[in-house]
Write a protein that binds this ligand. Structure first.
Ligand code: APR
Length: 251
């Protein structure tokens, strides 16, 4: 059920007045699609590994097959589910605000699948694969051309296919980060959805926006590292509160 009371009148008025709204989304955005968060994904067979044993360049160099297989399983889990009503509500907000941009830490591609067109992927996309040496993108045909796991890269002799995601210790894609920082410093509303606010540099975006004069709102069922800095906090979930926001704005 939509929680209309999550958005009190005075907050709604400020949202309505926004001209350059920015969304920062994290793993909680896709929780109601049934996608386990990064750490939740280490279940079953994978429970004996720590994230650093699977999501680092060192882990891939030492155990490429193990890392590849874990990502294959995560890819399958994502393909088996769909964007939720929260993603669709954000796509509806973009129709109302053509200037709305979503900066996401998620690698599932669900914002785009739900119809949002202005999405900046800070941590890459799990469905894409690139050469581990040159960074060039591999097509599905190139990936299927070999039974080897991970498939060899056609771009470099020692290269392997790897997921196009940012691993611990790696730099974020420069253009995406630059754009996100620039938008955060110029937006007039930043809504952080479903992020714990502990992974940098994404976590600095709301503070950058607030310090530059934007209204900073948080949507999260639980308190986070960002909560003390928010001007208003909505303690609800993405799939409940975002359709409610769309409904209230339309009323
Ligand atoms: N709706 C909204 N928020 C939710 C929901 C929900 N249904 N369910 C959980 N949350 C919140 C949790 O309370 C938590 O604050 O989502 C947040 C998820 O936090 P993290 O798992 O730390 O996700 P995130 O902030 O996106 O992590 C950042 O860390 O693991 C790396 O690279 C990975 O992009 C990821 C980054």
């Amino acid at each position: 059920m939509n929680d209309l009371s999550a958005w009190p009148g005075e907050v709604l008025e400020k949202i309505q007045a926004a001209q350059r709204p920015l969304i920062l989304s994290g793993a909680g955005m896709s929780a109601e699609s049934g996608i386990p968060t990064f750490r939740d994904a280490l279940t079953g067979h994978w429970a004996r590994y720590r994230p650093e044993e699977l999501a680092t360049p060192e882990a891939f160099a030492q155990h490429p097959r193990r890392v590849w297989n874990w990502y294959e399983e995560r890819r399958r889990a994502i393909r088996a589910t769909r964007p939720n009503v929260g993603h669709h509500a954000l796509a509806a907000l973009e129709r109302r605000w053509p200037t709305l941009v979503i900066v996401t830490q998620n690698v599932d591609g669900f914002h785009q699948l739900a119809g949002s067109s202005s999405v900046i992927e800070l941590h890459g996309n799990i469905q894409r694969s690139v050469c581990s040496i040159t960074g060039e993108r591999l097509s599905d045909e190139q990936l299927l051309a070999s039974d080897q796991k991970p498939p060899p890269s056609p771009y470099a002799r020692e290269g392997l296919a790897r997921p196009d995601v940012v691993w611990f210790g790696e730099a974020l894609p420069a253009a995406a980060l630059e754009r996100a920082l620039s938008l955060a410093s110029r937006c007039d509303l930043l809504l952080a959805i479903g992020t714990s606010g502990v992974v940098q540099p994404a976590a600095s975006l709301p503070l950058l926006a607030r310090d530059a004069g934007a209204l900073f709102l948080e949507l999260n069922p639980e308190a986070t590292a960002l909560s003390p800095h928010a001007q208003h906090v909505v303690r609800s979930t993405a799939a409940v509160a975002l359709p409610a926001l769309v409904e209230r704005l339309a009323a």
